[in-house]
Design a protein around this ligand. Structure first.
Ligand code: IPD
Ligand code: CA
Length: 278
């Protein structure tokens, strides 16, 4: 398969150039970061999150004024087309703040009528890795300028799988997530909490992680990454027959997805309760 995805999907080409510029803006961080908190003391936002979102929104509004926009830092506009851009200016803000390189700019394009993502671009500036996908056209990473087709791993059993996950920002949710983790960890090869849901989904697409699950993710965390993983061969869902949503996202290779879902369902991973009978 040759690399012609960008030529075939102008939305991807546009999102790539905007994500790259936003990445440059974010790499040029000032010495002093202004830190505010959102839903809890651990849910932080900096002036750089806001500046990057303002830049991305201005560019999208200029080039695609007919489309709606939803952004993590408060952007929410309606459009006249069937499309909505869903953006996270920094996914992995805690990493960004602590100078841990695992953070990215995430831009997804959704069809409002179907609710499905149709294009996704995730740029990790420190790694200079651009992950891209367009519905039906597969997923690629342009790794320091070199394009590579993405393909999930051939992991077939949970006990040899390395699974990514993430934690929310409220203590109550985290306590429940720790309870679920204590049941998942003994059944898998290992767990990673890398700190950016969007990049972690790209790592599933790249066959680096074998799966990912998290309760409490928002649209902007996975609008691009879930498509990138699925187009690379991953299966994605929520629990109990539900679609991916705020309750749960489970993305994994086709051979371990059902087993991972089963463990999560048995342990009520889609709720914040602490005491369950298994
Ligand atoms: C967070 C990251 C993290 C995940 C959290 C997200 P943010 O996004 O994706 O890995 O575990 O649930 O909220 O706050 O850095 O944009
Ligand atoms: Ca964010």
């Amino acid at each position: 398969m040759t690399f012609d995805l960008v030529a075939k999907d102008p939305s991807v080409e546009l999102a790539m150039s905007i994500a790259k510029e936003a990445g440059k803006l974010l790499l040029a961080r000032p010495a002093h970061l202004e830190i505010d908190t959102k839903s809890s003391a651990t849910d932080v936002v900096t002036q750089m999150d806001r500046q990057a979102e303002a830049f991305i929104v201005a560019q999208l509004s200029k080039h695609r004024p007919e489309d709606a926009i939803l952004g993590e830092e408060g952007s929410n506009s309606t459009g006249t087309s069937d499309f909505q851009w869903v953006i996270d200016p920094i996914d992995g803000t805690v990493n960004y703040l602590h100078r841990i390189p695992h953070w990215c700019v995430s831009i997804g394009l959704k069809n409002i009528k179907t609710g499905e993502s149709i294009a996704g671009v995730i740029y990790a500036p420190v790694y200079d890795q651009m992950y891209i996908s367009s519905q039906g056209l597969g997923s690629w990473v342009i790794d320091q300028g070199v394009p590579r087709l993405l393909q999930v791993s051939n992991c077939a059993e949970l006990n040899v799988a390395v699974i990514g996950t993430g934690f929310g920002y409220s203590s109550e949710r985290r306590a429940s997530q720790a309870r679920v983790l204590s049941q998942v960890l003994p059944r898998v090869a290992d767990i990673r909490r890398l700190g950016s849901c969007a990049i972690d989904l790209c790592l599933v697409a790249a066959g680096v992680l074998d799966g990912y699950y998290e309760r409490g993710v928002n649209d902007w965390d996975h609008a691009a990454g879930e498509l990138i993983a699925r187009e690379a061969g991953a299966i994605s869902s929520g629990l109990r027959g539900n679609k991916v949503g705020n309750d749960m996202i489970v993305v994994a290779t086709s051979l371990i997805h059902a087993d991972l879902v089963a463990i999560l369902e048995a342990n009520s991973a889609d709720s914040d309760i602490m005491d369950i009978e298994v």
